[in-house]
Design a binder for this molecule. Sequence first.
Ligand SMILES: [Zn+2]
Length: 81
Amino acid sequence: MPSCIICGRTKNQTSKAANISFHMFPKDESDKIKWNNFLIKNFLNPENVTISSLVCSLHFDKSCFILNKSRKLLKRQPLHP
Ligand SMILES: [Zn+2]
């Protein structure tokens, strides 16, 4: 089961029911730096991030999302501090 690299929350029925979404790391280098800085703030090593690493929506500000009919889309925005 995929899980959040920051809090370890697993993508399952419970997270789905709580409306928590999971997001992959951005491919854009400048965006990736912001995400990496966020990891460092959380005492995590960005070198441990893989292409399958995910961050759950609890670590983003509501303003970071565009709400679509069917799913939450993440804007190209930094994580909240
Ligand atoms: Zn999380």
